[in-house]
Design a protein around this ligand. Sequence first.
Ligand code: ADP
Ligand code: MG
Length: 242
Amino acid sequence: MAKVIVKDLHKSYGDNEVLKGLNLEVEDNEVVCMIGPSGSGKSTFLRCLNDLEVPTQGQIVISGYDLSDKGTNINLVRENIGMVFQHFNLFPHLSVMQNITLAPVQLKKESKETADTTAHELLKTVGLADKADAMPNSLSGGQQQRVAIARALAMKPKIMLFDEPTSALDPEMVGDVLDVMKKLAAGGMTMIVVTHEMGFAKEVADRVVFMADGLIQESGKPDDVFDHPKSPRLQDFLNKVI
Ligand code: ADP
Ligand code: MG
């Protein structure tokens, strides 16, 4: 069974129908990159996957758990989904280490020792082994985003959702963050990545999904989507961003 199954997903805010019937299946270990113009519903879609938004209609099944099923323990599902946003939202009054260990200790009841050990490992993975005791505001944006990724990974999620993780960064910071994401992908993490980094999508995605007007308009292998776009809508979008 696919890890993420989305069927006929609709989401409206008042009269504004933002998602108009999305269908998507993401397999284990698959990396799906979502591209599309601003306002097309990409963030809303990710927020529905994480139950931060409740769909108006449709079905979302994650690792066999139906999010709309009253019997589903939504907190348990959420623990398995890591989310990284454009704005890193680290807790400013907590050190890097405390940011990373907070949820494992409080939600997963890990011992502080175990959580600390994991956090040190993760900081190595994201290239910040020497920043354990730093405060977030002493770090660059790129470093903060890598801490945010480590914080998400500390919960040992089975799926990682990224919502434009590099869009708020200075250009020279983008590469380090993308490198961490590439490493994650190479390690077999199931990932859904909303991004404007077409180079990353081309290189790392197993599948690229083009969203516009609340619908998936086209999807396929990166080469097909980028080099042989079918719909005029996608051709137009690519002409503008590449
Ligand atoms: P994208 O991430 O592709 O730029 P979004 O999902 O952020 O698109 O937004 C899609 C549409 O949904 C926009 O028109 C936006 O104004 C609207 N929208 C998003 N979140 C809300 C909300 N919480 N309340 C009302 N409208 C919203
Ligand atoms: Mg968005």
